[in-house]
Design a protein around this ligand. Structure first.
Ligand code: ADP
Ligand code: ASP
Ligand code: MG
Length: 405
């Protein structure tokens, strides 16, 4: 008998019929003799609807109330599943984040899980109850409801799997695994059977939204075996695990994209010590994550500094940077929201030369201009005009030999 955590995403619980389908899957696992902890997202589109509602009330809403509202989608799905399971004769009980003792820090909208006191959930499991936990939410030390960032139910599932020492964490979604690129925009994408934590982490961080980055970080840290599979087919999925000899040693294993990018350029900045620190410290203090940064070569003591942030942070970042730019004597601050980031990821890249050149020529051949470049040992990212995103993904997938025949 094993303990299995099963997480179902928004499209898997989009209506009552789909929740009934989830119930059948859960029952199958339970009847095989396993203990089951289910983690659910809100119905597809519901979190977006709630966010939109909040923004109609206030463009810069209070974080505490924002989280209290946008976490409600999950409250509905967990109770609906519990009701359906009970109707079918199974003991089941729903838990919101605070009821499941999921303690987080106080960073509203992007809280991190600090600990989970599993005593209550374990007692329920021992009594044969199917435990259903609302994804995406927790509670801070002052009893405020928090949320874990978009896609955060994945993280709830892996954190619970780690805390309960589960044998497996199954992530059920609307595609049947992790692909070499988003199968919804590239028909030639191939399913990956096994992928290492490191590669999956880089793919998630650069935009492959099939798993939330924080969930992969936790899976790696606690060595949770994560199995990504489809709710709607019985096809084999993708196992995310430690690097092993069964993995294909591709130089590049995936192409990702991230449309959630906006670019800020501080023009004609005096090139002297302390300037970057003055610009970026206020952003850090406001919890704004800066992704790529480039500084141009200095000409006659002046330079341009360009960086990217998430689109949702652009207004706040612009305001902060404009203030500092004035103080340090920069000429101007320009904002460009019409950009996206395409990346190639692969652990094999570290020992290979020529991959970057291949990427840059593939983009150049299509006339796609590269505005910014950043690299790590296992990824190369380029910022390009947003309208070329899908084209860039497809040509890179082809040029790097990832397409299926
Ligand atoms: P869920 O609601 O189940 O959490 P998400 O929409 O968050 O589902 O994630 C699944 C989606 O991730 C897929 O529909 C697909 O479009 C997208 N995706 C992006 N990159 C990849 C990839 N490399 N492999 C699989 N899916 C991907
Ligand atoms: N419902 C949340 C979201 O849409 C969490 C999740 O789906 O994982 O982001
Ligand atoms: Mg998701």
């Amino acid at each position: 008998m094993a303990l299995i955590v099963q997480k179902f995403g928004g499209t898997s619980v989009a209506d009552i019929e789909k929740i009934e389908n989830v119930a059948r899957k859960v029952i199958k696992t339970k009847e095989e003799g396993h203990d089951v902890v289910v983690v659910l997202s809100a119905m597809a589109g519901e979190t977006d609807r709630l966010i939109n509602l909040v923004h109609q009330a206030d463009n810069e809403p209070d974080g505490r109330e924002y989280d209290a509202i946008i976490s409600t989608g999950e409250q509905v799905t967990v109770s609906l599943l519990a009701i359906i399971l009970k109707k079918l004769g199974f003991a089941a009980k729903s838990f919101l984040g605070f009821q499941g003792r999921i303690l987080t820090d106080q960073a509203h909208k992007k809280a991190r899980i600090l600990s989970i006191d599993t005593k209550i959930l374990r007692e329920e499991l021992q009594n044969g109850v199917i435990v259903i936990v609302a994804g995406f939410q927790g509670v801070d030390k002052d009893n405020n409801i928090t949320t874990l960032g978009r896609g955060g139910s994945d993280t709830t599932a892996v954190a619970l799997a780690a805390a309960l020492n589960a044998d497996r964490c199954d992530i059920y979604t609307d595609v049947d695994g992790v692909y070499t690129t988003d199968p919804n925009i590239c028909s030639k994408a191939r399913k990956i059977n096994r992928i290492s934590y490191d590669e999956m982490l880089e793919m998630a961080r650069t935009g492959a939204k099939v798993l939330q980055p924080r969930c992969v970080e936790l899976a790696k840290k606690y060595e949770v075996a994560v199995y990504v599979k489809s709710t709607f087919t019985d096809n084999d999925g993708t196992l995310v695990t430690k690097e092993d000899k069964y993995m294909e040693k591709e130089v590049v294993s995936g192409v990702t994209y991230d449309r959630d990018q906006a670019k800020i350029t501080v023009v004609h900045v005096p090139d002297k010590p302390g300037v970057a620190s003055r610009l970026f410290t206020p952003l850090a203090q406001h919890n704004i994550i800066v992704d790529m940064i480039i500084q141009n070569a200095s000409i006659e003591g002046f330079t341009d500094l360009t960086f990217t942030v998430s689109r949702k942070d652009i207004k706040a970042a612009h305001k902060l940077v404009k203030k500092v730019a004035k103080e340090i004597g920069a000429k101007n601050v320009e904002v460009d929201e019409d950009v996206s980031k395409v990346s190639i990821v692969g652990v094999g890249m570290a020992g290979h030369s020529g991959v970057a050149a291949k990427m840059f020529s593939a983009l150049a051949n299509e006339g796609i201009n590269i505005m910014m470049i950043s690299t790590s040992e296992i990824k190369i990212s380029c910022v390009i005009k947003a309208k070329y995103t899908e084209l860039a993904v497809m040509i890179l997938h082809e040029a790097l030999g990832l397409s299926k025949d």
